[in-house]
Design a protein around this ligand. Structure first.
Ligand code: OAD
Length: 264
């Protein structure tokens, strides 16, 4: 077992370019639940339960923006969360390497840990914008607190006056909802990063969401490249990694850190 950590530490040392793909499991230790553990949203008016993915859909946001923000505020938005060992380890790789972080996470914990090249494949929850104004060539980003803070018991501030005095538009979170495509420029950047890297570290993702899972799968077929999966549970059966390290990320990276220290 220790042998495997040493091998991965060696790949990290020898890699010229590293691409890191992360998911919700990276941030659970910081107090942000992953999607598999999400309890979803119960609508008392309809006596209906919506799953996490239901709420994070384009349809739900269009139909029920106020409920969406209520859910986002209660379940998704964690301004108090701070990076843990996993974030610090991954961010710290860039001290002596060319590293790009492709994250599915909508938090900013990698940035807080000092990571510079972070591509948010599914966007970021810490900002919102008005789609109508953006389509007119003017993007107005609002601080999430302006949207999420509940005043007078209702989410009136969901409807922000953003462009003309005459119209109120619904601002939306800067995240990719189910039923929407990834931003093609962002996806292209991720594809290029995977093509150029010789080591892939995948951490805290069930690899159940596409096209991110496809990026990972293509990489693992690359010749002369290494791929490593760090997660609590096994990867899906059709993914073939050179090394699979199972356990809590914060504990796995401590072991890797130790082996890195021994190698240097
Ligand atoms: P998931 O919740 O699907 O998977 C998280 C994975 O992390 C699971 O395999 C857990 O076993 C594992 N895990 C949880 N805590 C861990 C820990 N401390 N250490 C190690 N592993 C841990 O989350 P994602 O794969 O990120 O999309 O989900 C991908 C996308 O689905 C999300 O970005 C989101 C979601 O719907 C959108 O919002 C568009």
């Amino acid at each position: 077992m220790q042998e495997q950590y040493r091998q991965v530490a060696g790949w990290i040392r020898d890699a010229k370019k590293i691409v890191v793909v992360t998911g919700a499991g990276l941030s659970t230790a910081a107090g942000i639940p992953d999607f598999q553990s999400s309890t979803g949203y119960y609508d008392a008016h309809e006596d209906k339960h919506y799953s996490g993915p239901d709420v994070l859909s384009k349809w739900f946001f269009q139909q029920k923006p106020e409920d969406f923000y209520r859910y986002a505020k209660e379940k998704l938005f964690h301004p108090e969360a701070r990076p843990t060992a996993g974030h610090r380890f991954l961010a710290g790789l860039a001290a002596d390497k060319d590293v790009i972080q492709l994250t599915q996470n909508i938090d900013d914990l990698l940035e807080q840990a000092g990571a510079e090249k972070v591509v948010h494949l599914h966007g970021r929850l810490n900002r919102t914008y008005c789609p109508v104004c953006s389509s007119m060539g003017r993007t107005v980003y609002l601080a999430p607190d302006d949207v999420l803070e509940d005043r007078n018991g209702i989410l009136r501030h969901v409807y922000q006056l953003t462009f003309t005095d005459a119209e109120y538009h619904i601002v939306r979170p800067d995240i990719v909802l189910y039923g929407e495509e990834l931003d093609p420029l962002v996806y292209f950047e991720a594809v290029r990063a995977c093509e150029e890297a010789d080591l892939l570290l995948v951490a805290g993702t069930a690899l159940g969401v596409y096209p991110v899972a496809d990026l990972v799968k293509s990489f693992t077929h690359g010749v002369g490249k290494h791929s490593v999966y760090l997660n609590l549970t096994e990867p899906p059966g059709d993914f073939y990694f050179n090394a699979v390290l199972l356990g809590y990320i914060d504990e796995l990276v401590l072991k890797l850190e130790k082996e890195k220290g021994r190698l240097s």
